[in-house]
Design a protein around this ligand. Sequence first.
Ligand code: ZN
Length: 155
Amino acid sequence: MTARRRTRRVRVFAASATPEAVAATEAGEWLTYRWGCAPDGYVTRRQLGALGLCPGGRRPGAEIRWGRGFKRVAYLYRVADARPKRVPSAAQLAALGKAMAARRTCTRCGRDVGYCVPTSTRECVDCMFPVSGLVAGTDRAWGAPTATQWAGEAA
Ligand SMILES: [Zn+2]
């Protein structure tokens, strides 16, 4: 019987933000810190966002690992390298609103149905499943009530 050899991954953890560990991180070495041991000046992406900053294309400088088997990970960005968050212009916001309106508009009845219609059909639920009619594009009868009928029954 042959014993199956297991490959064991050994990971070196920096126990805490010791001066040596911080110096190595500052020098560009990739270090893994334990939970609660992030060096000063290094924060997660969410924390950068709370400060009104973004990574600005820079890679993370270190990571925190925790949990069972240290599988959970958070990447740490250097605050000093962060850039201010980009703010969308009025034209960009208008374009986004237009694009979202197009996603909510049914191609069959042309209404803005208030939810994003499926990309496969681009039709609203009422058009896809008319009451005791046929499913659009098939010869299958479908007697399910429409969304508006469901709403009417509930009211
Ligand atoms: Zn429709």
